[in-house]
Design a protein around this ligand. Structure first.
Ligand SMILES: C[S@@+](CC[C@H](N)C(=O)[O-])C[C@H]1O[C@@H](n2cnc3c(N)ncnc32)[C@H](O)[C@@H]1O
Length: 256
């Protein structure tokens, strides 16, 4: 994140058993792979914006995919590149990246846009992703949703000015699923939204596991997806101008 983090916040003090958190993280990785596998090509060039210490190798396996990592905190991508985790690491701000047009087959924002939304409007970031993608390439965003009860509660805590005391940081804004879809479509991309999970990393393991059945049953239905705790936006750049947008929307609607 880009704002200071207070580790002595309410939720981390009370509800943060490492094994419980890890269960959620493992499930997220599994769901991300499961949903992207049929949509991603077999390999190519990926850009991970706000790569932090986890640039998304679980989605873009080494050998098949070359990953460029970019982060506001340049030390992270530079270290990962020096260690061979990334093919290239750069400092940079989403929306202001000096990278060539149509250089990537996938652009990933994993748990990044909800920080960006605290700093600036999201629209330039989506326009930039559309510029950086090759025709047929995918913008992928993994973000907390504001319509899930936990997301709604965090949004309220932020509004009340107690975000840091409750969950450690003020710049953790759960996002509106409709906004994600709208911004992607405004940038000319054919967008679909999925709920990766309805569970929350601080829930008891048995409850997390029982909610996983909902993820599989409802997570890709267009209305139910809006209420996910963690959302995945997948937005494809049309292969030819005006060609893919309508087609993909109706394919998405048919799957409901
Ligand atoms: C919660 S971490 C996510 C890291 C990683 N993508 C992951 O999946 O674990 C958010 C990252 O976004 C970076 N970040 C925040 N705002 C950014 C911006 N405007 N441009 C680029 N990176 C940003 C932060 O420095 C941080 O490394």
């Amino acid at each position: 994140m880009s704002e200071a983090y207070d580790p002595d916040n309410l939720l981390d003090r009370r509800l943060a058993k490492p094994a419980t958190l890890q269960l959620h993280y493992d499930n997220l990785f599994r769901r991300e792979r499961e949903l992207l596998a049929p949509r991603l090509g077999p390999g190519g060039d990926a850009l991970s914006v706000g790569c932090g210490w986890n640039p998304g190798r679980h989605l873009f396996p080494a050998g098949a995919w070359r990953i460029t990592g970019v982060d506001l905190d340049a030390a992270k991508p530079l270290t990962l590149a020096a260690e061979g985790v990334l093919e290239r690491g750069l400092g940079g701000r989403a929306g202001e990246l000096e990278l060539d047009d149509a250089a990537f087959d996938a652009v990933l924002y994993r748990l990044v846009l909800h920080h960006v939304a605290f700093q600036a409007p999201l629209a330039p970031v989506f326009v930039e992703a559309a510029r950086l993608l090759r025709p047929g390439g995918l913008l992928i965003a993994v973000e907390p949703g504001r319509r899930h009860p936990v997301g709604a509660a965090l949004a309220l805590a932020n509004l009340a000015g107690v975000g840091s005391a409750v969950h450690g940081t003020p710049d953790d804004l759960p996002l509106s699923p409709r906004t994600l879809l709208r911004e992607a479509r405004a940038a000319g991309l054919a967008a679909e939204l999925h709920a990766l999970t309805y569970s929350w990393r601080r829930m008891a393991p048995a409850l997390q596991r029982s909610l996983w059945a909902l993820d599989a049953a409802l997570g890709s239905r267009s209305r139910a997806a809006l209420f996910g705790h963690t959302l995945m936006l997948v937005a494809r750049k049309p292969v030819a101008p005006n060609e893919a947008l309508n087609g993909s929307r109706s394919a998405w609607a048919r799957r409901r």
